[in-house]
Ligand binder design. Structure first.
Ligand SMILES: Cc1ncc(COP(=O)(O)O)c(C=O)c1O
Length: 416
């Protein structure tokens, strides 16, 4: 990753050139992450990018371009299908997950020649089979399995409780038989994504071991030689002050013997293993920038109002999957004056609601109007997961930073 001070200077340049609020994505960091993932797992896994994490069109173009060469893209709506195709992804690189796929979306996917539809229920598989039949195609599918258990340590955990996602492990053997019997579908393998935002290496290994055991069990029971098995990765990134970054090499060394045992069996000899992930690839490559427009001392705290907040970054305001809102790490892009006195701050966005708060009880040298604040780990589930229409402020700009041949950094606006 680009060292902090250099990154801060680039962000300052972005704020001066494009203004704030803005999202800034560092392409070289994403490239580095992709390379780390590939080498850590000794190229056993292909990388599948979950488009929902950040569906910016130009970013998708870069992810699929030869230098990054992300192998596959997982979409979850008709809109994401159109985006992925517009970005130049080949239909065969795409998979389509999601619990509420409508017939029109399934038809569009089948007509486009999508690689696989990840069916989440037998009823959905039956609808898809009729659509494929009407289109005169055999559609390849993966079955999404919903495991009984996820190890402790996952920030968001979908397992073992009633869920709209996938086919419950307890019922999957009978369900797989029903899907296998649908003539217009080809069962190409299985998919599991049961938890995310995990910073505990041991828990990730244990979770993937559960995936591997379930994949093996269903393939043996149905005598299948799958083309593809998708491991929904669940790799987490640091958001809060005491979060330590994941030790990817520890995950890799823990999972290696399990993958070796799996792939040593002849039924998995030709199977592609995919690691499906979003935030670990693009999250830490992005920063959100917002500037102070107004400040007001109030009852012992300096209330600082910024030009963007929850409307652009719901997660940083604590409302995207968090049970208790906590401050995301934030940093000053504009350096404080050496004379600034330390004081308690509350950093708010511009919306007319108290829940639009980006930082509570923060002690730091006093911020001034015009100062720019950065929120790291904002490249995934930032703009795309935020209520931008609420109160009608303009959307933030999106800027891509790329290192050029001279070693300088080029800035390109990539707003939708
Ligand atoms: C099916 C599926 N795969 C992958 C992901 C990506 O998760 P993450 O960005 O945490 O890696 C998601 C996120 O919700 C998902 O629903």
């Amino acid at each position: 990753m680009i060292p902090f001070e250099q990154r801060r200077e680039i962000l300052e340049r972005v704020s001066q050139t494009f203004g704030t609020p803005s999202y800034v994505y560092f392409l070289d960091d994403i490239r580095e992450r992709a390379a780390e993932l590939r080498t850590a797992f000794a190229h056993r896994f292909r990388l599948s990018y979950a488009v929902k994490a950040n569906p910016n069109l130009k970013l998708l173009e870069r992810l699929r371009a030869p230098d990054l060469n992300i192998d596959a893209f997982d979409i979850s709506s008709g809109g994401e299908l159109r985006r992925a195709l517009a970005a130049g992804c080949s239909p065969s690189q795409l998979s389509f997950t999601g619990p509420g796929k409508r017939d029109a979306e399934l038809s569009a996917a089948v007509d486009a020649g999508i690689g696989e539809v990840v069916v989440e229920s037998v009823a959905e598989a039956c609808r898809l089979a009729s659509i494929a039949k009407a289109a005169g195609r055999i559609q390849r599918v993966l079955i999404r399995l919903a495991p009984k258990r996820v190890p402790k340590g996952f920030g968001l955990n979908l397992a073992g409780k009633p869920t709209q996602f996938g086919i419950d492990e307890e019922e999957c053997l009978a369900a797989i038989l029903e899907v296998k019997q649908l003539d217009d579908l080809e069962l190409a393998g299985f998919h599991i994504y049961s938890g995310t935002q995990c910073l505990d290496e041991g828990a990730i290994v244990e979770n993937w071991a559960l995936y591997a055991a379930l994949f093996q069990e269903v393939c043996v029971a149905h005598d299948l030689r799958p083309r593809k098995l998708v491991f929904g990765a669940g790799l987490g990134i640091p958001y809060y002050d005491h979060d330590a970054p994941l030790k990817l090499l520890d995950v890799a060394s823990g999972i290696q013997p399990i993958l070796e045992t799996l792939t040593a069996q002849s039924r998995f000899g030709e199977t592609e293993l995919h690691l499906e992930l979003g935030r670990y690839l693009v999250g830490e490559a992005g920063d959100y920038l917002t500037s102070v427009v107004h400040k007001k001392p109030s009852r012992g705290t300096l209330m600082v109002v910024c030009d963007g907040g929850m409307n652009h970054h719901l997660a940083a305001a604590g409302h995207f999957g968090q049970v208790i809102p906590r401050n995301f790490r934030l940093f000053r892009v504009t350096k404080p004056s050496p004379l600034a006195v330390e004081t308690a701050h509350q950093i708010c966005g511009p919306l007319c609601t108290t829940i639009d708060t980006l930082g509570r009880n923060l002690r730091m040298p006093e911020l001034e109007v015009g100062d720019v604040i950065g929120i790291p780990s904002s490249g995934a589930y930032g703009l795309t997961a935020s209520p931008t229409a609420f109160i009608g402020h303009d959307p933030p700009r999106e800027v891509l930073v790329t290192r050029n041949a001279l070693g300088d950094f080029d800035l390109e606006e990539i707003s939708a």
